[in-house]
Design a protein around this ligand. Sequence first.
Ligand SMILES: [Fe+2]
Ligand SMILES: [Fe+2]
Length: 214
Amino acid sequence: MPASIVDHIKKRALAFFRDCRGSHDWSHTERVYNLCLRIGEQEHADLEVLRMAALLHDIGREQQDRSRGEICHAQVGARLAREILEQAGVAPDKIERVIHCIETHRFRGNLEPATTEAKVLFDADKLDSIGAVGIGRAFLFAGEVGAKLHNGGIDVRKTRRYSKEDTAYREFVVKLQEVKDRMLTEAGRSIAEERHRFMVAFFDRLHEEVEGRV
Ligand SMILES: [Fe+2]
Ligand SMILES: [Fe+2]
């Protein structure tokens, strides 16, 4: 596939991120793209499909955020991506393979990734929510919804999303600590385990500092 098609898709995808928030901005797509190439090579995936899927996977994000979670960005993103890929002249069988990756990449979604490329995108996307980058993104998101710095002393599972209690620690408890067990590829799992250890150490330390113990 000519590089110009990937460049064209990148330009079209970028346009969806003009007004987006820092926790889900274009730099997330760039990190996922890089991880897709790294994991995709190790898993012998079709890197052409992966490049397109990574660039387009979150173009529905802004619509989901504006609807405060009512719209699913994987579904709306897949529809938008199909139009872009058809207009770019991508072969129909490739389009279907890219669309499957986008439709199934969501952690909270109910469609399962069935191809190597979809599994790689799923893992790359989740890896960007853990480790040092994941912690940074969780605090950015908490700031965006007006949440407090920390709420370690309460049962965060009983608190609500998009509220003052929607802290980075809440995100860690309800989602991020589970990520390493959801990996679908061998390469993804080994990166996740390393990032998980770092994240656990960070939140242990945060509790200690908040309580004045260190
Ligand atoms: Fe996504
Ligand atoms: Fe994503």
